[in-house]
Design a protein around this ligand. Sequence first.
Ligand code: G1P
Ligand code: ZN
Length: 544
Amino acid sequence: MPIRTVETSPFSDQRPGTSGLRKKVKVFQTLNYLENFVQSIFDSLEGFAGQTLIIGGDGRYYNREALQIIIRIAAANGFGRIVTGRGGLLSTPAVSCLIRKRHAFGGIVLSASHNAAGPEKDFGIKYNIGNGGPAPEQLTNAIYQRSAQIDRYLTIDHAAVDLDHIGAYRVGSLEIEIVDPVTDYADLMETLFDFARIKDLFAGGQFSMCFDAMSAVTGPYAREILEHRLGAPAGTVIRGVPLPDFGGGHPDPNLIHARDLVVMMNGTAPPNFAAASDGDGDRNMVLGPNFYINPGDSLAVLAANAHLVPGYAAGLSGVARSMPTSGAVDRVAERLAISCYETPTGWKFFGNLLDAGKITLCGEESFGTGSNHVREKDGLWAVLFWLNLLAAKRQPAEQIVRQHWEEFGRNFFTRHDYEGLDAAKAEAMLDRLRNELAGLPGQRMGAEIVKTADDFSYTDPVDGSVSTKQGVRIVFESGARIVYRLSGTGTEGATLRVYMERYEPDSSAHGQSSQTALAKLIANANEIAGITAHTGRSRPDVVT
Ligand code: G1P
Ligand code: ZN
């Protein structure tokens, strides 16, 4: 099949963010925009001739069209095989699972995660390397540099591939395999968790749960695993059919966007346990009746109880959390006498630690939890881990968390997001703060005295690479801290994220809400950065 070289000219805005390139669908539909970026990825890689590429997306608007374009470019560039899920669907952790299982060269994830979907909304593309994880910064930088110079892309002329039937097809010398999107992933979950025990939990009739797939990619996964393999009653999974616009919702599993589930859990006769996942299936939120489990606490509880789960019973080599995530897991690591690493925000920073066997579990405050089973965070995996603990302990989730606090103390944590800010003003606010950091130590703010103030910089312990400007942190003598950073995943204006945390050893004070427990710190955060003065906002848009 003849390879066609198409002349093109660069776009100046193809720098990947925290998690790949995210833009409005309309931008991706611009002539040559997607083609340029995909060719820039391939131009930045070496040695893939004849190799396998896994491609899948969360089913959002433009998923199918993008996949057809990428198939033609991959064929022209000499890949040997493409594996994708039926309908072009694969959750992000399922892409990671398939890359590893098939020893693929790499993979492409088509998703903008929890961002809204539809013709006027967001789309995204992310390259994953052979370990199954997001490309490290050196590679995303190389892709960006290539995108700034690109002058041609390669493609072939070929009719659209039928994505809706499992089977193998040929496009020129490229083999295309359409697989069931769920099977390999569900099989992997069975190797990690005690499915028999969880089945018993559901079979007893005393336990019920609700899983909100938010009309995004996890519906088919949750149905197969929870309702079919684990015997949970039909209807356990709600909003289980992936829709191109996610039903008009915002598939971000948090207290604001998973509101219906929260209302259900706070209402009369709630199920014993509830969970939700995001657009591409890598995030999770877990809830008990009237009880929200903060992701930092969730990670700590999973680490403290990992010995109860078959896949982790041999022990944890170490744990890691992103810098803004609460230090709850640090206390567990100390107790277990294992290492705890603090990384910049973004899952890509866990990849080397996982590959080197330095950590087994890791997580982020942004509803991301995962382990060495794949190289992405994994929403359903976290839910199954919790189910395994509930089945092993036969205690409500709330009791497990409260006992954990009793034993380790409680890290009160909250994140305040200010969305849709003027990007220049938000940058200016952080720049001003950076300039003032040196003068902050020693300053008193109410009962707190600033101990250190810096901009987080990370040296990867495996390859020595350095990532700077990863978040401004103010740490007080009491151990309480405030972190400020700008989001790297948005597509409109800037989002300021402010993270606040303080440790409370006294169990008689554990009952209060995070917002109450952190009220003074929240006020300090505003005062130090001058949030209201700089942004004109008197309160955050999202509080988690
Ligand atoms: C956000 C989260 C971060 C997560 C990323 C991808 O990035 O904060 O923890 O890894 O989404 O899911 P941000 O928008 O803050 O750059
Ligand atoms: Zn996601």
